[in-house]
Design a binder for this molecule. Sequence first.
Ligand code: HEC
Length: 134
Amino acid sequence: MTDKVKLILYSALLISFGIYSGFIYTQDSNIQPPNVSEALAGKNMAAKNCTACHQIYGLGGFMGPDLTNVYSAAGKGPAYIKAFVQAGTNVMPAFNLSETELDQLVRFFERIDASGKADPKNFKRNLNGTIEYK
Ligand code: HEC
């Protein structure tokens, strides 16, 4: 390649880069971060009150079941979670939380549920060593 061709090529690339960058940086982006403040409040509540007995992603206390996917589990969900928290059982204490706090807890369980599948008991081990969600 002659020097002249190289110069033209590099200039063209440089100019396109400039135009494209300008275009990207001046575009009005509508990407909004998700509103996580409710879920964060719920997370703090769960860390303080629940994980001594319950696991999230398999980590936590082992007195109660893993709660990672309790939000979407068949026959469970928001009302089910609230009922356990409000009423307790003979081994789980009842928590006296306001409706707002219960909603924050539920938002937290909704978000961790959306982040993946967890309870190790729900995975089966294949013969080739891989695991699969049941
Ligand atoms: C002292 C231990 C303990 C604490 C603290 C505790 N739990 Fe539990 N929880 C249990 C046990 C044990 C069970 C299993 C039900 C049973 O045997 O009564 C349970 C069951 C549940 C269930 C039903 C799970 C399922 O898959 O059916 C939910 C939902 C739940 N707990 C939510 C919570 C939340 C939310 C908190 C915190 C606000 C919490 N628990 C705090 C012990 C606890």
